[in-house]
Design a protein around this ligand. Structure first.
Ligand code: FE
Length: 139
């Protein structure tokens, strides 16, 4: 991974074999980025996407293995119990240009990942909401 800061924006390159969430989390922890929006593109070959079932309040997930373009990676960074918390969604396309997507659990970069983190000067803590079953922004 490589990154450079310009103003309140961080330009990040994630390299082949690196996992997206772990890599971004490490950058945020090392540089005390506690609140931000994020967007990116790239290529990945092992991705776990999820869907939150609002009735059961559980995530169902699926692992996608093969060549995928990351057509869009977007989300935000906040904190929960003082720890960096990433909430990312991903869009992918395969060799037949079919699209897949969902809540991102894990993605291994196969080519490169190009991410822009836009830092916000502040901090927002998440809290678990029992009624929804999710960790919501603003405790
Ligand atoms: Fe989500």
């Amino acid at each position: 991974m490589k990154f450079k800061k310009f103003g309140n924006k961080w330009v990040v390159r994630i390299d082949k074999g690196e996992e997206v969430i772990q890599t971004i989390k490490k950058i945020c922890e090392d540089n005390k980025i506690k609140l931000s929006s994020l967007s990116g593109i790239g290529a990945a070959n092992r991705v776990t996407v999820g869907l939150f079932n609002t009735k059961s309040k559980q995530y169902q997930s699926r692992e996608l293995i093969g060549d995928y373009e990351i057509t869009n990676l977007s989300g935000n960074i906040s904190t929960m119990n003082g720890e960096i918390y990433l909430h990312l969604h991903i869009g992918l396309s395969d060799s037949k240009y079919n699209a897949y997507g969902g809540h991102l659990t894990s993605a291994i970069i196969s080519g490169t990942g190009e991410i822009i983190i836009e830092e916000i000067d502040g901090e927002i803590e998440r809290g678990f909401n029992k009624e929804v079953g999710l960790n919501l922004l603003f405790k």
